[in-house]
Ligand binder design. Structure first.
Ligand code: ATP
Ligand code: MG
Ligand code: FE
Length: 347
């Protein structure tokens, strides 16, 4: 079954073609980062309009890259949420219009399920069950995964997401959005041990996270260095390293607890922050002590992309799930309300 996947939940237009027999055929991405840079954040109306401009040309480009025609498409998956309502509506409208014109089934997919399943596109995909750490711009969650749609939330951030903390730290250090990769690059030049930041919520039991206090701690450290006239390049790098180490340690401690509590031997990490090299190394070192394996997607499939939506949608479309005639767009949507593959309908 040849599935067209469409991602438009935020500031990235992503499209991919996934064949349930042949795998991923082609994918493309338009990032709006430069467009929003002047505003210091994503402007929802501008995001929607840019998706309108970019989506159909990108669909055509991906079809050309895959050597397929529109008429070859046998199913369409789009991101139905969570995300910006206007941006979601663009993807949903195009998906439903194309599906109606081609007479093929259409399905709205959960964005975080897309992230969660992205490592399945790699060569050595994880088997169920596994523990998943979802770490992105809007989410930090630990989930026990027994199958597609079989999700048990083990813990989550009570305030900021890890990616959001990276982005805010970047801003404090004078770096551009998205901050994660820039903070990580700056941290490479940092002096280990010059600053030590707290590991929030690791001294008590449980699998929840909190990154807002760490953000304040970072701000206070930046301000203290500024007041002392010492916020030079080296101090910025030292702060970046101290922040990154605190996030990595905190996530690693909670992942170890989740693996121990569930007895799972597989840890999947997904979402933009899972591209972080120090995080991958920290988790791999921890997991090897538990004889567990760590699974993640290639960096371009950690952040938003169409391939993860095509893959997640393909599994559900293959199982017979599809939308009714209504476009589905859900700005807030808990992932543990999703049906399993055995249930007949999704939306
Ligand atoms: P959500 O998926 O929760 O709706 P989102 O789609 O905005 O949020 P993603 O696209 O998955 O989030 O990831 C973007 C986030 O990942 C940003 O916060 C970015 O700073 C962070 N990120 C990307 N690469 C890295 C990296 N190498 N290290 C740390 N953080 C990173
Ligand atoms: Mg994005
Ligand atoms: Fe995302």
């Amino acid at each position: 079954m040849l599935i067209l996947g469409i991602e438009t939940s935020c500031d990235e237009t992503g499209v991919a073609l996934f064949d349930t027999n042949e795998g991923l055929l082609a994918h493309g991405l338009f990032s709006q980062i430069d467009m929003h840079a002047d505003y210091g954040g994503v402007v929802p109306e501008l995001a929607s309009r840019d998706h309108v401009r970019k989506l159909l040309p990108l669909c055509d480009q991906v079809l050309v890259d895959a050597g397929r025609a529109r008429s070859d498409i046998e199913g369409i998956a789009y991101t139905a949420g969570p995300g910006l309502i206007g941006a979601l509506m663009v993807g949903g409208s195009v998906a439903h219009a194309l599906g109606f014109a081609l007479g093929v089934p259409v399905l709205g997919v959960h964005h975080m399920e897309g992230h969660l399943l992205a490592p399945m596109l790699e060569e050595n995909p994880p088997a169920f069950p596994f523990v998943a750490l979802l770490v992105s711009g809007g989410h930090t969650q630990l989930v026990r995964v027994d199958g597609i749609g079989e999700y048990e939330l083990l813990g989550e951030s009570v305030d900021d997401a890890a990616g959001e903390a990276f982005d805010k730290t970047a801003k404090m250090l004078g770096l551009d959005y998205p901050g994660g990769p820039r903070v990580a690059a700056l941290a490479e030049k940092g002096t280990p041990g010059r600053y030590r930041f707290p590991r929030p919520m690791t001294d008590r039991p449980g699998l929840d996270f909190s990154f807002s206090g760490l953000k304040t701690y970072t701000l206070n450290t930046v301000n203290a260095a500024k007041d002392a006239g010492g916020l030079d390049e080296q101090a910025r790098a030292d702060i970046a390293l101290a922040f990154e180490s605190a996030v990595v340690d905190t996530l690693t401690i909670k992942c170890r607890r989740a693996l121990e509590a569930t007895g799972c031997k597989r840890l999947v990490i997904a979402g933009g922050v899972s591209a972080n090299r120090r995080l991958r190394a920290g988790l791999e070192a921890m997991a090897s002590k538990l004889s567990a394996g760590v699974f993640y997607a290639r960096p371009e499939f950690c952040t938003d992309n169409g391939a993860m939506i095509a893959y997640a949608g393909a599994q559900r479309l293959l199982a017979g799930q599809r939308d009714g005639e209504r476009i589905v767009a859900v700005p807030r949507w808990p992932m543990n309300t999703l049906p399993s593959l055995a249930e007949p309908r999704m939306n």
